[in-house]
Design a binder for this molecule. Structure first.
Ligand code: GLN
Ligand code: ZN
Length: 758
């Protein structure tokens, strides 16, 4: 007799299929609704999402995955552990928003906590801040209230907790000479209290997330798990969850832990399954995370069934099935995508559909013939996709296969290119430029929307955008900038814009995924081989160039960033996909150049975030990422100046690869670090030109001339003036024109002042 396979997911998206939570949060922050109304929306969404889970037949619903802003911040609230400046009195609902945003409808304003990326996803969490005298007191009742709420609604509840070691790891020390790991014993006392409260609420299993186990940890950290789970062991039972990569490098240690079950990500790291099954202690359950929580593809259930049948035979009812990670990272409901091409649609599956995949697979594993047949039927389209002509384009494949190292080489080395570019561009010392976008006014957004919806004709739209371009050019000439841009009025998003124009992508209507707080992104899906059927930016760029004698910089998004900010296909390596995009961009570069564009920027803000979780794999990634960029740039003649832009901070550990991009000019974000970041470039003797951002575009503050002069003087200590550019930190689309013109006016004035001085 077969035993029943237990089914669950690691978490559900919280934002709502119509982004209800986002809109309610934003209304609350603006004072348009009160706390009770906001909480009502939260409760409604939780009930709906639990309904989706139990409706699909999952054995548990996840509770504790709902967060008003972020689940790491939720954990900090639960532990009564907030940044010191926010510890005034007992934390309440608005404390949460104050820590997240620096302000809330009630209480004082003070600096928000830092936000950073959640492992290698596009989700951002609020970084816990640790001091030697920190204490942890279970204070915020949200988790317990939600457990009670779900139980009352009749659900079988499995609470989700961020584990203590991961919580410490994800935070940062606020003082020098102190190690946050030393807080573990104190932290564990609070976790004990949480667990015993959950036990009292009748909870049998707790999912305790320790995603840091996918990393290569320092010994003290990996050893700390022993103490942690020694202390936490008891009732409720603990399912230790890991995700985003394999954990076999820690397996010897993990199998000694006092826990009751282990969850592994078999979507990111399928190869670890056998080793895990072999090493699994006899009394543990194994939760097999087979349904990908981070991508949008329909699972091949019949293949998974075949793969898991021997595991089921070995483990019996100790086998659980689940999503690979929390479904937080996938869109919610495919049923809403009525505009998607029907062939493409049957290849996809979003959070709601993934829950059903898990239960169907479990029923099939448990021996139901009906379910087994259903798995076959369900998997047929995704199996058929492998041979689909629409997916596999022989010409694209041939061109990618023919890539050589030479294809990634410019014709001359930088020093010679720089000389030719100086002659052809005739730029002054310390040339000034911007990063690409100009203010996206309400008018621009409405026109784009009307055009998409068919309310604005092609001709009227073109005229409208040309009007914005002409306006942007006129303003830049008046400001006396040296290298101009067309302003990107036609782009909703730097990736989606290209995804819509390139062949091989599908764009969804409601495929929103939370990025941070109330912010969501809607990544396009790479469904097939990528190619360019026609020029994408040449029309707008040459129009801009026709209006001015100054060089206009063409503006492209790089291959690594397009790949990084979309849902990739899974039947091709990331490297192969990046190369296909690179070849398409390479043709765009050639077209821009052939049409008289002398400066072309290829943005790569996502190179750093694509780094694998395990440091030992960084170089392999960087090699192909750099090569993809170079393939797109290398159709440029030596006289054509290639820029790239990256909007982040840490360059120390990747500087060699950044230099290997061999862009003629790189613009980076530096103003907030007071040019500190440039040190990495100096120490490495970075050879090409650099535009360190001289003011922060995230703030409405107008930098004054003296401030900018001072920053550039500081930069000149590290990089010779001949190789320095002057520009803002990033694009200006979120600012208004008044701020933009005032700030750029001062920036140009500072450049002119320094040219006279030097
Ligand atoms: N060219 C883009 C812009 O100016 C760059 C944005 C980015 O790097 N995130 O908007
Ligand atoms: Zn940027």
């Amino acid at each position: 007799m077969t035993t029943k396979t237990t089914t669950h997911i690691l978490g559900y998206p919280r934002v709502g299929s119509q982004r209800e939570l986002k809109f309610a949060q934003e209304k609350y922050w603006q004072g348009d609704i009160d706390q009770a109304e906001l909480k009502e929306v939260g409760s409604l969404l939780r009930h709906r999402h639990w309904g989706d889970q139990s409706g699909a037949g999952l054995d548990f619903v996840s509770v504790g995955d709902f967060a008003w802003y972020d689940h790491v911040l939720g954990t900090s609230m639960l532990l009564g552990h907030l940044p010191k400046r926010h510890r005034k009195g007992f934390p309440d609902f608005d404390t949460l928003f104050r820590v997240a945003r620096g302000k809330a409808p009630t209480g004082c304003s003070c600096a928000a906590a830092d936000m950073t990326k959640w492992f290698n996803t596009n989700y951002h969490y609020l970084v816990p801040e640790f001091s030697a005298d920190d204490e942890f007191t279970v204070s915020w009742q949200q988790l317990f209230e939600e457990v009670a709420e779900a139980k009352q609604a009749g659900h079988a509840v499995k609470p989700v907790l961020l584990g203590p070691v991961s919580y410490l790891w994800l935070g940062k020390e606020k003082e020098a000479g102190f190690d946050r790991l030393s807080l573990l014993p104190r932290l564990l006392t609070a976790y004990q209290q949480i667990l015993s409260k959950l036990a009292k609420l009748g909870v049998e299993w707790v999912q305790i997330d320790e995603p840091v186990l996918a990393l290569e940890l320092p010994a003290a950290w990996s050893e700390s798990f022993n103490l942690a789970y020694q202390v936490l062991h008891g009732s409720p039972k603990l399912l230790l969850t890991t995700y985003f990569d394999n954990i076999t490098h820690h397996l010897d240690n993990i199998t000694k832990l006092k826990i009751d079950g282990l969850h592994v990500d078999l979507s990111a790291a399928p190869a670890q399954l056998d080793e895990i099954v072999d090493a699994l202690p006899e009394n543990w359950v194994l939760s097999a995370g087979v349904i990908n929580g981070r991508n949008v593809w329909r699972a091949d259930l019949s293949a998974l069934l075949a793969r898991l049948q021997p595991v089921k035979a070995a483990l019996g009812d100790r086998l659980w099935l689940g999503s690979s990670c929390s479904l937080l990272h996938s869109p919610i409901d495919l049923d809403l995508e009525t505009d998607l091409d029907p062939e493409v649609r049957q290849w996809l599956s979003f959070a709601k559909q993934k829950c059903r995949e898990i239960t169907l697979l479990a029923q099939a594993l448990d021996g139901s013939v009906v379910a087994q047949e259903e798995c076959e039927r369900y998997s047929a389209p995704i199996k058929a996709r492998a041979a689909s002509e629409r997916v596999n384009n022989p010409q694209v494949r041939q061109r990618s296969a023919a890539i050589t190292d030479a294809l990634a080489e410019r014709k001359l080395p930088y020093a010679e290119r720089a000389r030719l570019q100086r002659q052809s561009l005739g730029l002054p010392l310390l040339p000034t430029t911007t990063i690409g976008s100009f203010p996206q006014t309400g008018e621009i957004r409405t026109q784009r929307r009307d055009y998409k919806a068919g309310r604005l004709s092609e001709q009227d739209y073109t005229q409208a955008i040309q009007g914005h371009i002409a306006d942007a050019i006129a303003r830049q000439e008046k400001l006396d900038l040296d290298v101009l841009v067309h302003g990107e009025a036609e782009r909703n998003d730097m990736v989606e814009y290209f995804a819509e124009l390139l062949e091989g992508f599908a764009v969804t209507r409601f495929g929103w995924v939370q990025s941070y707080g109330s912010r969501c992104v809607k990544p396009a899906v790479i469904v097939s081989d990528i190619y360019r059927s026609e020029a994408m930016t040449v029309g707008w760029t040459t129009y801009a160039q026709s209006l001015t004698k100054k060089p206009v910089k063409g503006m492209l998004t790089g291959p690594v960033t397009i790949l990084g900010w979309t849902f990739p296909r899974e039947d091709l390596s990331r490297e192969d996909i990046a190369n296909q995009i690179a070849l398409a961009l390479r043709d765009e570069v050639a077209d821009l150049q052939a049409n008289g564009i002398k400066v072309i920027q290829i943005d790569e803000p996502a190179i750093r975030e694509g780094l694998p979780l395990k440091a030992s794999q960084w170089q392999t990634y960087l090699n192909w990422a750099v090569k993809a960029f170079r393939i797109s740039a290398a159709s440029a003649e030596p006289e054509t100046q290639i820029h790239t832009h990256m909007c982040y901070s840490e360059f120390n550990d990747i500087i060699k690869s950044v230099a290997a991009l061999d862009a003629d000019v790189i613009t980076i974000e530096t103003s907030r670090s007071d040019m500190e970041l440039l040190k990495a470039f100096e120490e490495f003797a970075y050879p090409n030109e650099i535009g360190p951002g001289v003011y922060d575009i995230h703030s409405p503050n107008i930098p004054d001339v003296a401030q900018i002069v001072q920053l550039v003087e500081k930069a000149e200590q590290l990089i010779p003036a001949e190789r320095l550019w002057i520009n803002p930190d990033c694009g200006l689309k979120t600012r208004n024109w008044a701020e933009t013109e005032a700030a750029l006016g001062n920036m140009v004035a500072a450049a002119k002042q320094l040219r006279e001085q030097w």
